[in-house]
Write a protein that binds this ligand. Structure first.
Ligand SMILES: Nc1nc2c(ncn2[C@@H]2O[C@H](COP(=O)(O)OP(=O)(O)O)[C@@H](O)[C@H]2O)c(=O)[nH]1
Ligand SMILES: [Mg+2]
Length: 324
């Protein structure tokens, strides 16, 4: 009963929102088992709410990869509440924690396609295997469902298979894919695609790029070149640079984000593979460190497994204890 304090998203929700909620909840099950089940037994068993209990909460947050900075911020707030005698029971602690977690995620959540630019150019960056190409396939479908026309650019010219992989997603979604040969200049491919997008009047052009390590400076230079070249067609392009990060790497995602941000002007994040990890707390660490919004999260390999990120819903899905 204790953890039923807040079911806003579910109660208010029309069935579509409820479906989204349960899918996110399901996708977060590993992290939830790690974090929420442990918190639940801690708080349900707590006879007194004191600093020792807060220390145990701290450990649980760190173990779920919430990160040192974000965890300290939460514990500082809880300590303050404890001193003000606001934390009278486990339920109050849980409610406060939930509030703090939502607050951590409170950076402006601008819709991906909110710009008036047409086409809007979205550049997907990230290391190999992060989930860029798959995410593009999913995002294309999501945008189409919202009535947007989409065109894809096979900008990962480094690996031959990557071009084919994107073409498969293009076919699956019935959207055109602009591609050149394996080894072609990525900037040229993206330029062509944006030009085609302008000529065809499409709403969104999504460009794939080669996976690179942040230590590979030539690849980082190539990325900068892409962002320079497209400005010849639209001085505001790329309108969004999305860094795709694999959630299963936990805290290592922080360093990756830092390095990418040094090379290009990353302005949003997509976190993939949350379904495959107990380290989903990295969401909080990333937003705290980067101060940029998470747009979407990946909760599976299928085309419908990309979900818009909503801080409130995410925290509720994470903290909802099944035995409630
Ligand atoms: N479980 C799971 N797998 C994912 C998710 N997103 C991507 N993948 C898988 O991660 C692998 C690498 O994806 P890919 O798009 O090729 O990565 P890229 O190298 O960055 O383009 C593939 O096997 C995808 O199916 C996700 O949200 N959940
Ligand atoms: Mg790829």
């Amino acid at each position: 009963m204790i953890f039923n304090f807040k079911k806003k998203a579910e109660e208010k929700a029309p069935s579509e929102k409820q479906g989204l909620f349960s899918r996110i909840k399901q996708g977060l099950s590993k992290t939830r088992h790690q974090l929420t089940d442990n918190l639940a037994s801690l708080l349900l068993g707590a006879k007194v709410i004191d600093e020792n209990l807060l220390e145990e909460i701290e450990t649980q947050l760190l173990m779920a990869d919430v990160g040192v900075e974000a965890t300290q911020e939460i514990i500082k707030d809880l300590t303050g509440r404890l001193k003000r005698h606001e934390l009278t029971d486990g339920e109050a602690v849980f409610a406060a924690l939930s509030e703090d977690l939502v607050k951590l995620l409170a950076v402006p959540q601008v819709a991906l396609h909110e710009t008036t630019a047409k086409p809007k150019l979205i550049l997907m960056v990230g290391i190999n295997g992060a989930g860029k190409t798959t995410t593009i396939g999913k995002l294309a479908k999501h945008l189409q469902e919202q009535g947007k026309t989409v065109l894809l650019a096979a900008g990962d010219t480094f690996r031959a298979a990557a071009i084919e992989q994107l073409q498969v997603w293009g076919e699956r979604n019935g959207v055109p894919v602009i591609a050149q040969k394996h080894g072609a200049d990525c900037a040229a491919v993206v330029f062509d695609a944006l030009q085609a997008g302008i000529a065809r009047g499409v709403d969104v052009v999504i460009a794939d790029t080669a996976g690179r390590l942040h230590t590979q400076s030539h690849l980082m230079e190539e990325l900068k070149k892409v962002t320079r070249v497209v400005k010849k067609l639209d001085p505001d392009a790329p309108h969004e640079v999305v860094l795709v990060l694999d959630a299963t790497i936990g805290q290592n995602a922080l360093q990756q984000a830092k390095e990418f941000k040094q090379a290009v002007d990353v302005n949003s994040l997509i976190l993939t593979k949350l379904d495959g990890t107990a380290k989903g707390g990295v969401v909080f660490a990333l937003v705290k460190q980067q101060g940029i919004p998470i747009r979407y999260i990946g909760v599976g390999e299928k085309i419908d497994d990309l979900k818009p990120f909503d801080a409130d819903m995410f925290v509720q899905a994470l903290l909802q204890h099944d035995k409630g």
